[in-house]
Design a protein around this ligand. Structure first.
Ligand SMILES: *[C@@H]1O[C@H](CO)[C@@H](O)[C@H](O)[C@H]1NC(C)=O
Length: 287
């Protein structure tokens, strides 16, 4: 189904929210306090200095670098910096936040990673929708689609094709409804899926890995330890893999052929080799 304007608006709002979240997460970064400088270094005090020491250091520096005394731009810049550093350190709460940010630089890295994943996922999602819409538009331009739409229209209107002028808007709405119905049947265009997004995949990574490990363990237990016969599903998987065929290709083969192939146990090397040799002879004979 093509996204309705509401869906498009929704994805717009969603990516907006994601970006907002990104900037909120980036917020605790140290650079919001004294840019690339250390606030304590700017005032020339240690991190354990008490509030009166900080105050004293600030007043001393501000007297020295005040723009009234030092009109050159460099000291003006430095004056702004120390004033800013003092703003951060004079307030107990902001000083605590700053100390925390210095002590936990890894949280910055984590925030950047999360933000990056969010932004990438948002772009990926929008991109998926764009590609999906393009694919749908292409299909809609084909004569086959137009014919089907027309046939459906005729069917619904009970074969009445004479259009009166007053009915036009109604017809248009009906066409839209019908094309929505047809959209459901368009195949080949993958509808954007939340599960494919980078961010979601990243979050699900431990789960995915766990599932894979469990699968391998079950496989080993069943077929290497207990030496059970392969289930149909597992045998088709092995056959498909030894032939290097995609799932779609495998599914397009009819069932008796699949059965034949599975019987040959192609996942065992000698079997595969003799099968391939047979195929080569076969194709030579046909030529
Ligand atoms: C701050 O530290 C200085 C020097 O260590 C000391 O003389 C002063 O009493 C302290 N002030 C407060 C409020 O703790």
């Amino acid at each position: 189904m093509a996204p309705t304007p509401a869906a498009i608006r929704c994805s717009g709002v969603a990516s907006g929210l994601l970006l907002l979240l990104f900037f909120l997460l980036i917020q605790p970064s140290i650079s919001i306090y004294c840019d690339e400088d250390d606030c304590y270094d700017l005032l020339g005090v240690s991190q354990s200095a008490n509030s009166s020491e900080i105050k004293k250091a600030y007043y001393k520096l501000s007297l020295k670098y005040h723009p009234d005394k030092n009109p050159d731009p460099d000291s003006r810049k430095f004056f702004v910096k120390i004033a800013n550093a003092y703003e951060v350190l004079k307030d107990e709460a902001t000083r605590e936040q700053y100390d925390y940010a210095i002590a936990h630089p890894e949280e910055d890295a984590r925030a950047v990673l999360v933000g990056l994943l969010l932004v990438l996922s948002a772009f990926q999602y929008l991109n998926q929708w764009t590609r999906y819409n393009q694919a749908i538009d292409m299909v809609k331009k084909t004569p086959a689609y137009k014919n089907r739409l027309h046939a459906l229209e005729l069917e619904r209107s009970g074969g009445m094709t004479n259009k009166k002028k007053g009915q036009k808007p109604m017809d248009k709405k009906m066409t839209e409804d019908l094309s929505k119905e047809l959209d459901l049947q368009i195949t080949g265009a993958e509808k954007p899926s939340m599960w494919e997004l980078l961010g979601v995949r990243f979050i699900l990574l431990p789960y995915t890995i766990g599932k894979l490990l469990l699968w391998h363990a079950c496989w080993l237990w069943r077929y290497q330890v207990k030496r059970a016969p392969h289930s149909w599903e597992d045998a088709s998987y092995l056959t498909r893999r030894s032939l290097g065929a995609s799932l779609d290709k495998w599914r397009s083969i009819d069932e008796s052929m699949q059965e034949d192939l599975i019987q040959r146990r192609l996942w065992e090397k000698p079997n595969l080799e003799s099968y391939l040799a047979e195929m080569r002879i076969e194709s030579k004979r046909r030529r």
